[in-house]
Design a protein. Structure first.
Length: 185
């Protein structure tokens, strides 16, 4: 099985939020707290030794995703042929009825819920409909700094190396997030 994943170059990201806005627009997500591609701002230090970094964070499409195991209705599945984690909206019970078990087990708070009553879980699906047409994901296509890439983990490692550490990212070796970084460390 090939495993799809993300590459993020922390040295190139300027925190412009173009990837996040493009994702919301493409997926028709209302303004508000639901963000499938989040930009985390990391400020460190004391004057005059300050640093500012950004971390783009979407679903990590983990090799061993805890959200899949936590879902009581099997609404969250890991596709066998590419490792992309997708959600079946028809099977999802909703935030209130289920208690958002998927969100509770995700170390990166990836599962997203809009503000409607008993909202169903939604999240980054790596723009599967675009990938299936041979197109790149909308976040990668939109990034003006070329800080993002999506491909198989094999392709990403060959192109960018195998670093899984970045400022602000807590790796979890047990669930194996499908991410490669060029860190600002």
């Amino acid at each position: 099985m090939k495993q799809m994943g993300f590459y993020f170059d922390q040295t190139r990201c300027t925190g412009c939020y173009t990837c996040s806005v493009a994702c919301k627009d493409w997926n028709d997500i209302d303004a508000g707290p639901e963000n499938w591609m989040r930009i985390i701002v990391i400020e460190k230090g004391k004057f005059p030794n300050l640093s500012l970094s950004y971390l783009a964070l979407a679903c990590n499409h983990c090799a061993d995703p805890p959200c899949v195991k936590a879902c009581p209705t099997n609404a969250i599945i890991k596709r066998e042929f590419d490792g992309i984690i997708v959600v079946d909206q028809e099977l999802c019970l909703g935030k209130e009825e289920c208690g958002a078990k998927c969100l509770k087990v995700c170390p990166w708070d990836v599962p997203q819920f809009n503000s409607t009553i008993n909202a169903k879980m939604r999240k980054c699906d790596l723009c599967v409909e675009r990938l299936e047409k041979g197109q790149q994901t909308i976040c990668v296509e939109a990034c003006p700094m070329y800080a993002l890439d999506v491909g198989t983990m094999e392709q990403l490692r060959k192109k960018y190396g195998s670093n899984t550490q970045a400022i602000g990212f807590q790796n979890n070796k047990k669930i194996k997030p499908s991410v490669i970084y060029k860190s600002k460390l």
